[in-house]
Design a protein around this ligand. Structure first.
Ligand code: FNR
Length: 829
């Protein structure tokens, strides 16, 4: 059972549009909206010759079920292609008799495809074939439509299949001809290139992104390793088979990420090469190794000093149609309608040649300006490119710069920014470039003016890549964590709280209004009104940024302290800093904790605090997660030393440090070791809630070798009890000579806290305050920000109610005077 995922970003043209089609240079930037493709073979549809359907997962459990599969009468296996977009219905596919051809429109597949619109579960499909109806023609055209919609995916499937077949040593290769059951998979497409809620299409190059993501995911699925240039070429081949006229610039940006200088391949040459492969005289492998005439992709080194601004004018444009219109105009040379002085086709072609020469010069100038961060040179370069495109539009009778795009450019120019249309024009997006330090101020101003003219400012940035070419690995991981934490959320997970029961107090002898839930944390001078905080979760991706923004607003409204997710991504890549600093932006007055790994240096820890202007720092311990994560760390030998150095550096800045686990808990022994290197606060981060071992096991995809670690660690309650029984941890110094080591250790509790009663139980077991991650994330994602505010406000009130029930006026009173049973036995701590 295998499950692989890959991301590819959308793109925007920065310069050199139209001329790129004829081999001139262009600049294209990948933007931080992505298409994600998931390939899995877990739940294939099987149909026997009687039309009865099964799910392949029903035959995977044990040997006897596998034998049952063998007994099926002529079973046919189907993979399913799905997209989350409402407009894209699922499409079923199967292999032909020789395992090579993909069959979509055979009658069986057709019935299944059509039935699928009413069903999300393949096993629910009708067992019997629908009789042929008078709607048959209708169905034919539906199939054609679906094939067209999925044409890029389908082409990627075919190309990677051929590529895998050429690779003898590859595991899983499709050599078992005649066996149509093997190497079938389901392929799922998710995209955030367009606005999911409103259906607005921003023209960010979804065909290219879907092709790149599909090639990348399928290569992973076959166990094929591709370099970025190979991925780019393979995706260009797949895409050229669907659309002959494209330049491939969008594919290159999607494959390489970042800012890309691109020169198109020679189309006729590539067509001839593909023909040679089809006739058996060459191979995809040979074609990838060859130098492609004229073809050039180069990453531009554009520093963090420049930021892209993007406005959407609201009219989706068809690049293919616009390019076609310009080409037709150039060929015909008969543009009397637009140009009264009749000119011959020859003159137009000369004019077009000149346009290409000028465009090339202009693009080189813009590339230089981008790499050197020169706004002045960008102003003249963009203005020149804009003028060239305007002329081209006029001479060919094509509306490239619409009145709205003109307005977009004028507003940006008015703010001193270089600006132009992006891509084929005719609507869609315009771009501007700003200095990073001016970005916030300029964006606010331009956004308003654009809005007044009906132009939407898009919150886009140039998408990152890492040097391995595995684009946005970090961003993908962050998104996986959020997705899997939500999927694995279990309202009844066992963090040990059910073992802790309060002995009721029938005579509370106080009023609800007497209860004070405030706690002093860290240095006694810091007071939180409620002993509750939003624990570390995210940052480092677009989705993470949005969640951080929401959580920050929630924290500001409810007065709760909050922690960011690990800032490692931002420390590696400064452009991701904003996905964290958004917390401070939306919660300027709140108590905010930054979060770094125990492998961080003191400088990195200080930087993390600075990015968030944080009040405290969390250092996370996650050895189990790292070891299960395929790309995780393997060396933890310096952790305790690092922690000591960080604590000492932050001590001099008066920034308190909390060392926290992330779901495997902490023993008293661990806490003592931390205390001995100067740590004064820990968060036990116990087992029973969000489970990062299980999350990483799910990310590993195939049946993970580490499932046995899913229940690794101490629960939150076990951790608290172990710590509570260790006098050395909790003792307070009597005087300066006391061996009890300067100050008292503060213990925070987190891990599997699902109710206000769990909060009070944790406080009773010694916690100074209680952190919640998974439960709050679950509410936020499923019910939204307002619901989370409501939940937190209810918890705050309910914590007071429970304390009143116990007759406890404050947290100290609760700790000292309430009585508990653990597993029905009186507990003395
Ligand atoms: C986390 N957690 C976490 N912790 C940390 O120290 N740094 C991090 O970057 C993250 N990232 C993260 C992402 C997501 C999506 C979740 C849900 C959680 C762990 C978190 O702070 C907490 O310790 C555990 O989740 C256990 O608490 P819950 O979720 O059971 O309340």
């Amino acid at each position: 059972m295998t499950n692989e995922q890959a991301l590819a970003p959308g793109k925007l043209y920065i310069a050199g549009e139209y001329a790129v089609v004829d081999g001139c240079a262009a600049i294209v930037a990948a933007v931080n909206r992505y298409v994600k493709v998931t390939v899995d073979d877990d739940n294939l549809l099987i149909r026997d010759s009687h039309g009865k359907t099964y799910n392949s997962c029903d035959f995977n459990k044990n040997e006897s079920e596998k034998n049952n599969l063998k007994k099926l009468d002529l079973p046919t296996f189907y993979g399913k292609i799905t997209s989350e977009s409402k407009n894209y219905k699922p499409l079923y596919w199967k292999r032909g008799i020789f395992g090579r051809e993909f069959i979509l429109d055979e009658k069986d597949a057709e019935d299944i495809t059509m039935s699928a619109k009413d069903s999300t579960d393949a096993c629910d499909l009708p067992a019997e074939k629908s009789p042929a109806t008078s709607d048959e023609q209708n169905q034919d055209s539906q199939i054609k439509k679906l094939k067209k919609i999925y044409s890029y995916v389908f082409s990627a499937m075919q190309i990677v299949d051929d590529f895998a077949r050429e690779t003898k040593e590859v595991k899983n290769v499709l050599l078992d001809e005649g066996n149509t059951a093997i190497n079938l998979y389901n392929l799922q497409i998710e995209s955030d290139l367009d606005d999911k809620k409103t259906g607005k299409k921003y023209g960010l190059g979804s065909s290219a992104a879907v092709t790149v993501a599909a090639v990348r995911a399928l290569c992973k699925w076959y166990g094929l390793t591709l370099t970025t240039p190979e991925l780019c070429k393979l995706a260009i081949i797949a895409s050229s088979l669907v659309k002959k006229s494209g330049s491939g610039g969008d594919v290159a940006a999607s494959a390489y990420g970042g800012w890309v200088m691109y020169r198109a391949y020679n189309r006729e040459w590539l067509e001839a090469e593909i023909e040679m492969i089809e006739s058996g005289d060459s191979s995809l492998h040979k074609l990838l190794i060859k130098k492609w005439p004229r073809f050039e992709v180069k990453r531009l080194k554009v520093g963090a000093g420049l930021r892209l601004l993007v406005g959407w004018t609201g009219n989706p444009a068809s690049s293919a149609e616009l390019v076609g219109s310009v080409k037709a105009g150039v060929k015909a040379g008969d543009l009397t309608a637009h140009n009264p002085s009749k000119t011959s086709a020859k003159t137009y072609s000369k004019t077009y040649e000149d346009f290409c020469v000028q465009s090339e010069k202009c693009v080189q100038k813009i590339a230089n300006a981008l790499e050197n961060g020169r706004i002045d040179a960008l102003l003249s370069g963009f203005a020149r490119n804009r003028a060239l495109l305007k002329d081209l539009g006029e001479i060919t009778g094509t509306l490239i710069e619409t009145p709205k795009l003109t307005r977009l450019i004028e507003v940006a120019n008015g703010a001193g920014l270089p600006s132009k249309t992006s891509g084929a024009g005719g609507g869609d997006c315009g771009i501007a470039i700003a200095r990073a330090e001016d970005f916030d101020a300029v964006f606010a101003r331009i956004e308003e003016e654009w809005q007044n003219s009906g132009i939407e400012a898009l919150n886009l940035k140039v998408a990152e890549f890492d040097e391995s070419g595995d684009l946005s690995l970090i961003e993908q991981r962050k998104d996986d964590h959020i997705k899997l934490a939500c999927e694995q959320y279990d309202a009844h997970a066992d963090a040990g709280f059910e073992h802790v029961r309060f002995i009721p107090n029938a005579l509370p002898q106080l009023a609800l209004s007497d209860v004070d839930t405030s706690v002093s944390v860290f240095d006694e001078s810091t007071k939180w009104d409620t002993p509750l905080y939003i624990n570390a979760m995210t940052g480092g991706s677009k989705k993470g940024e949005n969640i951080n923004e929401s959580l920050a607003r929630v924290a500001a409204k409810t007065g709760l302290a909050m922690a960011s997710g690990s800032l490692s991504a931002a420390l590696k890549n400064p452009r991701l800093a904003e996905t964290f600093s958004v917390i401070r932006r939306f919660n300027p007055q709140g108590f905010v904790m930054a979060n770094v790994s125990a492998g961080a240096s003191a400088e990195q820890a200080i930087k993390a605090v600075e990015i968030l202007q944080a009040n405290a720092l969390q250092i996370h311990l996650n050895a189990a997660q790292e070891l299960v994560m395929s790309e995780g760390d393997r060396d933890f030998s310096a952790w305790l030393n690092n922690i000591e150095t960080i604590v000492s550096a932050l001590d001099s800045m008066k920034v308190p440090v909390v060392v926290k686990e992330t779901g495997c808990g902490m023993s008293a022994h661990d806490v003592l070791r931390l205390k001995n290197v100067g740590v004064r606060a820990v968060d036990v981060g116990g087992r029973g809630g969000t489970n990062f071992v299980a999350i990483e096991n799910a990310r590993r995809g195939r049946k993970s070798d580490y499932e046995f670690l899913d229940s690794w660690g101490l629960t939150t309650v076990e951790s608290l009890l172990d710590i509570a029984q260790c006098d050395e941890i909790l003792c307070e110094p009597r005087d300066s000579s006391d061996s009890c080591n300067s100050a008292r250790m503060q213990v925070f509790a987190s891990g599997g806290v699902r109710t206000p009663l769990d909060v009070v139980r944790s406080l009773r077991l010694g916690a100074s305050a209680v952190g919640v991650a998974g439960e709050f994330l679950h509410t936020l994602i499923n019910e939204g920000e307002d619901a989370l505010v409501e939940q937190i406000e209810s918890w705050k009130a309910q914590i007071r109610v429970i304390m009143a029930l116990l007759g406890c006026k404050n947290i100290e009173d609760l700790r000292e005077n309430s009585r508990i049973l653990i597993d029905d036995k009186p507990c003395v701590i």
